[in-house]
Design a protein around this ligand. Structure first.
Ligand code: PRP
Ligand code: URA
Length: 210
């Protein structure tokens, strides 16, 4: 838990070490990508801890035995562009996940999210959905994304962010108190351009080498 009831900051020595790597302005994008993918995996393990299971059976080479399977399909929904980097990591541990897409960018003057693309897998309403965006800054993009997912009928929703600002966590809490957020760090504040401090800069630019 954290100072916010909707936020879990996942705490692990390896995560602290990887966070140092993504914050470092000298980290090359090839290494930045690997770190984002590894941190996303750690967040996903934690956020998926309470996914419901259903009874199943499996035939081993020797006999049939009781087993368990996930009760519902998983869907990953990255906010483009930067959220894509999180998908690559998580698919390595949950390759069966469906992937939806939400295209959004922040207007640099107003900081309001601009929506440009939306594509969700059929049946997403009943899936366990993970909204992915490495940076939760003002929270404008996250709140708009959750609005869209809920309007589509999504019932089981969590958000994974790598770095969150208090302002963004508060905005999601006010608009969508039922959506848990998992992050690797809760940073200090936003600057006057809406960038997270200390943060890591522009996540999309750093991941894609823009
Ligand atoms: C970044 C980030 C989030 C958004 C967060 O995207 O990936 O989507 O900003 O800011 P907010 O919480 O204030 O809405 P950006 O607009 O830079 O687009 P990009 O991923 O295409 O670079
Ligand atoms: N988006 C980013 O990529 N970085 C920030 O610090 C804030 C929003």
């Amino acid at each position: 838990m954290s100072a916010f009831p909707n936020l879990t900051v996942v705490n692990h020595p390896l995560l602290h070490d990887k966070l140092r790597g993504i914050r470092d302005k000298h980290t090359h994008f090839a290494k930045f990508r690997r770190l984002i993918e590894a941190i996303s995996q750690a967040l996903f393990w934690e956020a998926s801890r309470d996914l419901p299971l259903a009874p199943a059976e499996v035939e081993t080479p020797l006999e049939t035995t009781a087993a368990q399977k996930l009760a519902r399909p998983i869907a990953l929904v990255p906010i483009l562009r930067a959220g894509l980097g999180m998908v690559n990591g998580i698919l390595q541990i949950a390759p069966q996940a469906h992937v939806g897409m939400l295209g959004m960018y922040r207007n640099e003057e107003t900081l309001q999210p601009v929506d440009y693309y939306r594509r969700f897998p059929p049946g997403i309403e009943t899936m366990d959905v993970f909204l992915l965006d490495p940076m939760l800054a003002t929270g404008g993009s996250a709140v708009a994304a959750v609005d869209k997912l809920k309007t589509t009928g999504v019932q089981h929703l969590k958000m994974l962010a790598i770095i969150a600002a208090p302002e963004g966590v508060q905005a999601v809490l006010e608009a969508h108190p039922d959506v848990p957020i998992f992050a690797a760090a809760l940073d200090r504040q936003l600057n006057d351009k809406g960038y997270i401090l200390p943060g890591l800069g522009d996540a999309g630019d750093r991941y894609f080498g823009t």
